[in-house]
Design a protein around this ligand. Structure first.
Ligand SMILES: NC(=O)c1ccc[n+]([C@@H]2O[C@H](COP(=O)([O-])OP(=O)(O)OC[C@H]3O[C@@H](n4cnc5c(N)ncnc54)[C@H](O)[C@@H]3O)[C@@H](O)[C@H]2O)c1
Length: 276
């Protein structure tokens, strides 16, 4: 396969959420850098304790690492200030790759959730996108035709029982993408989309109960198979590039065809009479 080159030459971006080398954000940072982008990396202060993000920073041209809790407007303001100072101007793209639910982590059933934890789920996984965009817009921190991508999952549209209150967070995330995408588009031609990714083996993914079985089910329901983290990184880079500049306010499925498959022959086959 031949790959386009220098798709992001001269572009400057902020990447949230690279926890370790399995993270979709980690792979996106590497691919964005190899396509010519300059980066600033960020994650929650607690997520930096293992220090792995600094290894990534070295691999992407000694990118600055700015800690920010994405639920804190103060931290986000500092992040954009630091990024604009480092770049000597505006940011061209932002990856929001953040998700966490205390209810899912602690195995709370969806019908019996802790509501304080639900607030945390929504704040971390969805409202953080609103806060990021609101801070950026007030500071005029994103360039015209700039691109913001947030990662989501199809549980926003359909019930996947073990995804718990993260489903509600993803629905809100996709709604914020539409609403803010309108306002930021009109005001500054900034575009905002979500990428709805196949289940992927990462730290956040593995927090969902029965994840391995689930990955196998999804694989057998996707004509192309599950999209992996690297392919997701490639797709995000295409959305940061100028080749997709009229795409905004969309939820884009990156799932090997899963979302449009009612049932696959492979899955039907499991319900047929046993062959002798
Ligand atoms: N892995 C999957 O199966 C899958 C599928 C579809 C969508 N997604 C989404 O992709 C995104 C990235 O997840 P991942 O699978 O790469 O897992 P990951 O665990 O590597 O990334 C999640 C990140 O969120 C960060 N985070 C949590 N709380 C934060 C806070 N308060 N402030 C800032 N950052 C915070 C974590 O530190 C971590 O880096 C998430 O939005 C996730 O829901 C994942």
């Amino acid at each position: 396969m031949t790959m386009a080159e220098n798709l992001l030459k001269g572009k400057k971006g902020i990447i949230f959420g690279a926890l370790n080398d399995q993270s979709i954000a980690w792979k996106t940072a590497l691919q964005a850098h190899s396509q010519g982008a300059e980066l600033v990396l960020t994650n929650a202060p607690v997520a930096m304790r293992m220090g792995e993000i600094h290894e990534l920073a070295k691999q992407v041209g000694d990118a600055p690492v700015v800690p920010a809790d994405a639920t804190s407007v103060e931290d986000l303001t500092n992040l954009f200030e630091q990024a604009m100072e480092h770049f000597g101007g505006q940011v061209d793209f932002v990856l929001h790759s953040i998700g966490m639910s205390p209810n899912v982590r602690k195995g709370k059933h969806y019908t019996d959730i802790n509501y304080n934890w639900l607030s945390t789920t929504l704040d971390v996984s969805a409202i953080s996108l609103h806060k990021t965009l609101a801070v950026a817009k007030k500071m005029d921190a994103i360039s015209e035709w700039g691109s913001v991508v947030a990662l989501t999952y199809i549980a926003a549209q359909r019930i996947f029982p073990d995804y718990g209150d993260m489903a509600d967070a993803k629905s809100l995330l996709e709604s914020i993408t539409r609403s803010f995408g309108y306002h930021y588009g009109v005001a500054k031609k900034v575009r905002i989309n979500t990428v709805s990714q196949s289940p992927t083996i990462t730290t956040a993914g593995s927090g969902v109960k029965g994840f391995d079985e689930f990955i196998a089910y999804s694989e057998s329901m996707s004509p192309l198979g599950n999209a992996d983290g690297q392919a997701c990184a490639d797709y995000c880079v295409s959305l940061f590039s100028d080749l997709t500049r009229f795409v905004t306010m969309q939820n884009l499925f990156h799932d090997g065809g899963f979302s449009n498959t009612g049932v696959s022959q492979e899955v039907i086959g499991k319900f047929g009479p046993e062959e002798a």
